[in-house]
Design a protein around this ligand. Structure first.
Ligand SMILES: CC(C)(COP(=O)(O)OP(=O)(O)OC[C@H]1O[C@@H](n2cnc3c(N)ncnc32)[C@H](O)[C@@H]1OP(=O)(O)O)[C@@H](O)C(=O)NCCC(=O)NCCS
Length: 440
């Protein structure tokens, strides 16, 4: 082994190497990022905008959608008025619309100013980012519902994807207010979540990101991953979600059902929260994705027979270590399964070693009839998020025949001594499995 491998590792160099795959993966991709108007009232908002500018610098095609709720409410209060809500929907009268227009204008200018900053010694030194706003959204009135006229509150009718694409092709950042225009020349007050979702769908964006209020995210205690069905269940649950979060979750599920592969919900105020979500497998955010396959879920005791049926042929071929039914029953809470019409189509198990912040990923298996369709990838991603949420920083596998599959997914070969002592003691030398570790 070369002597250099014994030198202490430089955390900076390690860090750059860790983010490099994400930089490659994101370049040229289209992200729609939605920010609530609350963000602007935060002293750290410039940092967030600078992080967004950095994404632009890395070649990501960006559309920013902003809300303006506190700014609208402040203007209404100055006029001695308030926004009226019926069935959690805004009723926008003439006074409210005037405030919406003013607030949207001010927010837009402030964001543009921050994206124009180019002073030496600032993170944006020497950078020039063209920012373009416009009448990209055609809207229609929400209309009258149960006798209530919602006035200038509108819904998105279509988004001008051709103009937006042309702007993104030229390297501009598109900035979209929560406003829409109708062919009759009217202006409508829209929900920023609705604008962001519709824009992501129109552009077939690679990601839709909602930057949320931390308070709302904390209250809801969202898990690290959600499938669209799980989002529906949360929205239908008896305990109502905070309003802003509910809107974004509804928009997330809809976006996923209309072809957006990933929607991220991120608490905005943690320093660099957006960067962590996009460049690491950080568990602070929640990833919403569609259900192209069977839903993954925690295994239950009545899944034992199905898991055994899936694992037995692999155990007989020596691919997996044999597990008795009794052992499986006692360890069932470690398993995650995918089920399709009563058949267990995939499973995996996580055995944490909390002292070392490590976990063993075991029993990774996809039913033979369902292989090579990306289920293995999705199972691995799910297990990694699950591990990360438990504070695990390194995931290891012991494998005899699947080394390349894990290596191609970021696992690196390691010696037995890299495993937790308790796991080393259980190592079966006769089986001679190879050890692979992945940093999360
Ligand atoms: C490994 C396994 C979980 C992958 O599941 P999957 O749903 O087929 O995975 P994906 O669709 O995400 O990936 C398929 C890719 O993995 C490759 N692959 C499958 N088994 C592999 C192996 N043993 N070694 C290397 N690559 C393998 C396929 O060739 C395919 O690659 P390609 O698209 O370039 O041809 C599945 O093949 C399986 O259950 N194998 C038996 C159990 C096993 O080995 N588990 C690991 C125990 S440590």
């Amino acid at each position: 082994m070369p002597a250099s491998s014994n030198r202490p590792r430089d955390p900076f160099v390690d860090w750059v190497r860790q983010v490099t795959p994400y930089i490659h993966a994101h370049r040229g991709k289209t992200f729609v990022i939605a920010i609530g108007g609350e963000a602007l009232t935060d002293a750290r908002f410039p940092d967030l905008v600078h992080d967004i500018a950095m994404l632009h610098g890395l070649g990501i095609r960006l559309v920013l959608v902003h809300g303006a709720r506190p700014q609208i409410e402040a203007r209404l209060a100055e006029r001695g008025a308030r926004m009226r809500y019926v069935n959690a929907l805004r009723v926008t009268d003439d006074t409210a619309l005037a405030c919406v227009k003013e607030a949207a204008g001010v927010v837009r200018v402030e964001i543009e100013a921050l994206l124009s900053l180019g002073l030496a010694n600032s993170p944006m030194a020497g950078v020039r980012i063209p920012v373009v706003s416009g009448n990209f959204v055609t809207a229609r009135p929400f209309g009258v519902l149960d006798g209530v006229d919602y006035g200038h509150t509108g819904t998105v009718r279509r988004v001008d994807r051709h103009t937006l694409r042309a702007l993104l092709d030229q390297g501009a950042v598109a900035l979209m207010p929560p406003l829409g225009y109708s062919p009759t020349g009217e202006v409508f007050n829209l929900s920023a979540a609705d604008v962001a979702r519709s824009t992501a769908e129109a552009l077939q964006a690679d990601k839709l990101v909602f930057l949320l209020e931390d308070e709302e995210v904390r209250t809801a205690a969202l898990p690290p991953t959600l499938l669209t069905g799980e989002v529906d269940a949360l929205l239908d649950a008896a305990t109502p979600l905070p309003e802003g979060l509910g809107k974004c979750l509804r928009a997330s599920a809809e976006a996923c059902r209309h072809g957006i592969p990933r929607v991220h919900l991120v608490g905005r105020s943690g320093d660099g929260a957006l960067l962590r979500e996009l460049f690491t497998r950080d568990g602070s955010g929640t990833l919403v994705s569609a259900e192209p396959f069977e839903e993954l879920r925690a295994a239950r005791i009545d899944d034992v027979a199905g898991i055994l049926e899936l694992l037995r042929p692999l155990e007989e071929r020596g691919i997996l270590v044999r597990r008795s039914r009794e052992r499986l029953e006692t360890e069932i809470e470690r398993f995650v399964v995918a089920e399709r019409d009563g058949l267990i189509t995939a499973c995996a198990a996580l055995y944490p070693y909390a002292d070392e912040a490590m976990a063993e990923l075991a029993c990774v298996a996809v039913h033979t009839q369902y292989r090579a369709g990306g289920r293995g990838d999705r199972l691995l991603e799910y297990m990694e998020r699950l591990a990360h949420a438990q504070g695990i920083t390194r995931l290891f596998v012991l494998t005899t025949q699947t080394a390349h599959w894990f290596q191609e997914r970021g696992f690196a070969p390691a010696g037995l001594e890299a495993l937790p002592m308790a796991r080393q003691a259980l190592y079966n030398f006769q089986r001679n499995s190879k050890v692979f570790i992945k940093r999360l």
